[in-house]
Write a protein that binds this ligand. Structure first.
Ligand SMILES: NC(=[NH2+])NCCC[C@H](N)C(=O)O
Ligand SMILES: [Mn+2]
Ligand SMILES: [Mn+2]
Length: 306
């Protein structure tokens, strides 16, 4: 793949309960992202990190009045609005934005930016559905809500900054779900989202599942966004995440999945943007999770064994 990948770090932890995920971008870079991407044959350009005020530096009176059960929405709005501009600019310059989280609420900005001038399909590699709203969330953590924000569900219907009109519900495919809240389950079932759970992967194998997910996300769209939440992997392989759930994909399945995406990209040029989120180096063991994150990004952009 002959192209420029623009790295955009977003050291944000407002959407998660666990401090430390704001150090994800540094940990992933330290885990070898630049050389991994060079090995994949792409040219990485590191645009540095977006400015994210530290939680301690915030003016406690400056935050929005709490909307439903959603914490730090004003702060997340500020960061995601700037992120969506950066993502749209990179695409406008013919680059592939690779967003390093940060917690999964950064995807609100990635998706809005990437779909600004395009119909966008989405592949969501995650243990979680991330389809809560401020009304349904059991935790109040916005990292459990990015897809509802994108689709303008519930209270997000009045928050234009969060919505991405170029993302249709039926162009989103989950891969690897295994932890869904009660009210989310109903929403997933009633929606037009396609959900491949871990059971589907057990039964059919990772390659067949990812191929089906790609068909969903490419049908009638101009390209896809790949969102990789590191808790998608089994915690034995990726322990450095805030919301680990056992029974996730193995190291090999994960690579195989992203290699499958990359093969389709080589054939049809389908990837527009990607984010790699939820790496928390405080909870990690010897930076393993960040290293896997860097390797998987390289697989998505074409790194092969031979
Ligand atoms: N991106 C994530 N790690 N999301 C975890 C969400 C956990 C739970 N469903 C919640 O809404 O609080
Ligand atoms: Mn998750
Ligand atoms: Mn997630």
């Amino acid at each position: 793949m002959d192209s420029t990948v623009r790295i955009i770090g977003v050291p944000m932890d407002y959407g998660a309960d666990r401090r430390g995920v704001d150090m994800g971008p540094s940990a992933i870079r330290y885990g070898g992202l630049g050389t991994e991407l060079e090995d994949a044959g792409v040219e990485p350009v590191d645009g540095g990190d977006l400015f994210v005020p530290r939680a301690e530096e915030r003016d406690p009176d400056a935050g929005s009045p709490r909307r439903g059960n959603a914490k730090f929405l004003r702060e997340i709005e500020d960061v995601c609005t700037r992120l969506s501009d950066r993502v749209a600019d990179a695409i406008g310059n013919g680059e592939f934005p690779l967003v390093l989280g940060g917690d999964h609420s950064v995807s609100i900005g990635s998706l809005r930016g990437s779909s600004r001038d395009a119909d966008l399909g989405v592949i969501w590699f995650d243990a979680h559905a991330d389809l809560n709203t401020p009304e349904t969330s059991p935790s109040g953590n916005v990292h459990g809500m990015p897809l509802s924000a994108t689709l303008g569900r519930g209270m997000f219907g009045e928050m234009e900054w969060a919505n991405a009109s170029g993302v249709r519900e039926d162009a989103i495919a989950y891969v690897g779900l295994r932890s869904i809240d009660e009210r989310e389950r109903k929403r997933v079932r009633e929606s037009e989202l396609t959900a491949f759970t871990m059971s589907d992967i057990d039964e059919r194998g990772i390659t067949a599942v990812v191929e089906d997910a790609l068909s969903v996300a490419t049908d009638g769209t101009d390209g896809i966004h790949v969102s990789l939440d590191l808790d998608w992997l089994d915690p034995t392989t990726a322990p450095g995440v805030g919301t680990p759930v056992r029974g996730g994909v193995t190291y090999r399945e994960a690579h195989s999945a992203l290699e499958t995406v990359s093969r389709r990209h080589d054939a049809d040029g389908l990837i527009r943007s990607m984010d790699v989120v939820e790496v928390n180096p405080i909870l990690d063991e010897r930076n393993e999770t960040a290293t896997v994150a860097a390797e998987l990004a390289a697989s998505a952009f074409g790194k092969q064994i031979l």
